[in-house]
Design a protein around this ligand. Structure first.
Ligand SMILES: Nc1ncnc2c1ncn2[C@@H]1O[C@H](COP(=O)(O)OP(=O)(O)O)[C@@H](O)[C@H]1O
Ligand SMILES: [Mg+2]
Length: 252
């Protein structure tokens, strides 16, 4: 990762180049630290003091293609059919233009889903600014940079059944928007004082285009049901059958 110094007054030496755009447009004025580094992206804790008090945000920066797993994306391009012929041809030939199309589509996916889901009333992070290679969103975590992850909240959860229902309400709402998360797990659900927020959508798929979406939905539901055992006993396959058949009959 490349670092810049001059535009990150918050923390010199530590701010990635990709965040420069947000300092320049005034979205943020402080850089704190890396929150998480995954295969596809690095999430940073950043801040704005514009309102007179410090407000934290999370900045997700996608890795360049060399640093990213390739498999997911190849599947995605097979499944989509919305591209212009030239773009499709370029993609299949892996020309430079093809790579740039692939890169741009990948990077805009997550913010596209977030916008759509926010409008539908789903519990996903509020989008603060969508930029190139990255975006800024509402931060769900403590002042110390500790994200509130569902996986860590299990012991202190007083209303596990209610939290489970909130997650399922979201899964159903996603489906009503023709979106299957595809990587739903207690690692991609944040939780704080009864509020559930689902994150990490770049691999999500649309059942109208992706024939595997049903299987992905079943896996998502099974992951969540398994996490809540033994406190909340459910039948993941029955939940899936009910949701999927209503979706296919257009009865959601
Ligand atoms: N809005 C957010 N607020 C707080 N922490 C976040 C937020 N978004 C991501 N994180 C932290 O960064 C981690 C990785 O983010 P995620 O979007 O799941 O990317 P990936 O799993 O692809 O690396 C999360 O598990 C969480 O710890
Ligand atoms: Mg994740």
């Amino acid at each position: 990762m490349k670092y810049i110094e001059e535009s990150c007054p918050g923390r010199l030496n530590a701010c990635p180049e990709e965040l420069r755009q947000y300092f320049e447009d005034g979205t943020i004025d402080g850089y704190e630290r890396v929150l998480s580094e995954g295969k596809e992206a690095v999430v940073h804790l950043v801040a704005s003091s514009r309102s007179g008090r410090k407000v934290y945000y999370a900045a997700k920066v996608y890795k360049k293609r060399e640093g990213r797993g390739f498999k997911n994306r190849a599947d995605y391009f097979v499944a989509q059919n919305m591209y212009k012929r030239r773009a499709i041809l370029a993609l299949s030939k892996k020309t430079r233009f093809g790579r740039s199309v692939e890169e741009a589509v990948w990077q805009n996916r997550e913010t596209g889903y977030l916008k759509e889901l926010l409008a539908a009333g789903a519990d996903v992070p509020r989008l603060v600014r969508a930029g190139s290679d990255s975006f800024i969103m509402e931060y769900l975590g403590g002042e110390d940079g500790h994200a509130f992850k569902l996986i860590e909240a299990k012991r202190d959860m007083t209303d596990a059944a209610g939290v489970f229902r909130s997650i399922m309400r979201n899964v159903e709402l996603f489906l009503r928007c023709n979106i299957v998360h595809g990587d739903l797990s207690p690692y991609n659900v944040l939780y704080y004082r009864g509020r559930v927020v689902v994150i990490d959508f770049p691999q999500a798929s649309d059942p109208r285009r992706n024939p595997n979406a049903g299987a992905l939905l079943l896996r998502d539901i099974r992951n969540i049901c398994a996490f809540f055992l033994p406190a909340v006993k459910t039948d993941p396959d029955a939940i899936f059958e009910d949701m999927w058949s209503r979706y296919q009959l257009n009865e959601m």
